[in-house]
Design a protein around this ligand. Sequence first.
Ligand code: SF4
Length: 233
Amino acid sequence: MAFDLIVAECFGVDQPTFQGEGPSTGVPALFIRLSRCNLTCGWCDTKYTWDWKRFDPRKESRRRTVVDLLAWALGSDVELVVITGGEPLIQQKKLLPLVAGLLAAGKRVEFETNGTIVPDPALLVDGVRFNVSPKLANSGVDEDKRIVPAALEAFVASGRAVFKFVTRSVPELDEIALLVGRYGLDPVYVMPEGTTVEGLIETTRVLADAVAARGWHFTQRLHVLAFAEARGR
Ligand code: SF4
C-alpha cells in the first residue's frame, strides 16, 4: 500500500487524445489525473478532484498502485505521459517510482502543477518537464496560498519548467508581468480561461495582440476546442 496513489482518472489509452495546453499542445498523450488539490480556484474545471461539497471523493477517486499505473501506461505506444490533477505534487513522494518506471520504459513525463509545492529533486531529471501554472487573483485564492516563492524559485532553477497563466483580460497581463519580473519566470505561456469554444475564441481575440506585444507565448485549450471539455479527453 505504501505506493498507492489517489487517482481521479486515467485516459488516453482506449480513446487516444492529445496534450491540450502548453508547449506540447497537439502531441499525443496519456493522462494520469491525481485527485486532491491544495488550492480552491473559483474557475477550476476539475473540481471533482477536490471540491467535496459538490462531489463525493469515494466516487471521484480511487487508490491505484504504481505497478497498476505503470502497466496501464506501458500498454500504449504513446510516448508522452501527462501527470496532472488536482495538484499532483501533493503526492510527489509516491510518484517517484512511477516516474522512474515511465522514464525507464522510454516515456516522457510532463507535470501540470500550480507551482506551490517545491519539487522533489528526484523529479528534476531528463525526460521530465513541469508546466507550472501560478494562479492569479482571478482564481479567488489568497496570494500567500497561490504564490509560494520558494517553489517558483525551485522551478526556475530546475531549467525544466515553463510558466503558464490562465487569464481573461488584458489588465491581468500586468499582474503576470509582476510575477514574471519578480521570480524570473521564463518561458511564459498565456492561456485564455474558458470552457466553451465561443468563450475561448472571444478571449483569444481580446488577448492576442497584447500577449504578442510582450513577447510571450500563447496557448489554446485544444481539448476544449476538439472535444468540448468532455471528461476523459
Ligand atoms: Fe483547480 Fe488547478 Fe486551482 Fe487546483 S490549482 S483548484 S486543480 S485550477
